[in-house]
Design a protein around this ligand. Structure first.
Ligand SMILES: Nc1ncnc2c1ncn2[C@@H]1O[C@H](COP(=O)(O)OP(=O)(O)O)[C@@H](O)[C@H]1O
Ligand SMILES: [Mg+2]
Length: 247
């Protein structure tokens, strides 16, 4: 398979603004954000509470629309699409990881992971899908837990399920809004190291938000947002090598 789009950025945002109306008061949550992300990057957006991280990720994830500005996802201008068209783009191109995991409590691990593909009704047979589910469960360290339900798992294990679920549709981009906010610090580091490994091994582009400095220190690219604007001076560098996993 060849892609017509290999040299393009996955994300190109220019002059993105977002205003919310609270009664008659306008809240300017984003005030002209420019952001480009190349395929395969691992980028973290940091900023204090209320700085606009969730608003930005919701727009990038096609869950919400900008008030103004241009947004190209994988080379397609999507900023002007209506909500139905955005949903279609979202299902095709984006995987999500949420801070509260958002697993379906009555489904077991395997069923949670395969859920986005079942909803989508692609042409893939059950057995082939199950094989991909098992491979992903293995990749996130959950192979022995395929038949467990979320309430039988720790927070870190639940987030691993959510990561596998975000990857099962083979999205161009995985978005994670404060994915470690509900995890203790050593579990947070393991989750970030897992995302780094998946990024390195599978080339999946990750963009996530956090205000945890320990998490930021693992990213290769860190951007800072404050009062709805990106601050100058992003950090780019080699991520420290993940500690060798004892297993
Ligand atoms: N649905 C909404 N209605 C009104 N104001 C909102 C809404 N969502 C977010 N805001 C405001 O927009 C700003 C940015 O919020 P948010 O994107 O949630 O920031 P962060 O995720 O960095 O905490 C804040 O001032 C917040 O109060
Ligand atoms: Mg937020």
């Amino acid at each position: 398979m060849t892609s017509a789009n290999t040299s393009q950025n996955i994300l190109d945002l220019q002059g993105i603004t977002k205003d919310y109306l609270l009664g008659k008061t306008k809240v300017s949550a984003l005030r002209g954000v420019d952001l480009s992300v190349a395929a395969g990057e691992f980028t973290v957006v940091t900023g204090p509470s209320g700085s606009g991280k969730t608003t930005l990720l919701n727009i990038i994830g096609c869950l919400d629309r900008a008030t103004s500005g241009s947004y190209k996802l994988d080379g397609e201008e999507v900023g002007n699409r209506d909500f139905d068209a955005l949903a279609e783009v979202r299902n095709r191109k984006i995987g999500f990881i949420f801070q509260n995991f958002n697993l379906i409590p009555v489904l077991n691990v395997a069923e949670n992971i395969e859920f986005p593909c079942v909803v989508r009704r692609g042409g893939e047979g059950k057995a082939a899908l199950r094989q991909r589910v098992e491979a992903l469960a293995e990749a996130v360290g959950l192979k022995p837990y395929l038949h467990h339900r979320p309430d039988e798992l720790s927070g870190g294990q639940r987030q691993r399920v959510a990561i596998a679920r975000a990857l099962i549709t083979e999205p161009k981009l995985v978005l994670a809004d404060e994915p470690t906010a509900n995890l203790d610090s050593s579990t947070s580091e393991q989750i970030i190291d897992l995302m780094l490994r998946l990024n390195r091994e599978n080339g999946v582009t990750f963009l996530f938000s956090t205000h945890d400095p320990r998490v930021v220190s693992h990213a290769r690219r860190a951007l800072h947002i404050q009062d709805g604007k990106m601050l100058q001076g992003e950090f780019r560098g080699a991520a420290p090598h993940a500690h060798a996993q004892a297993s």
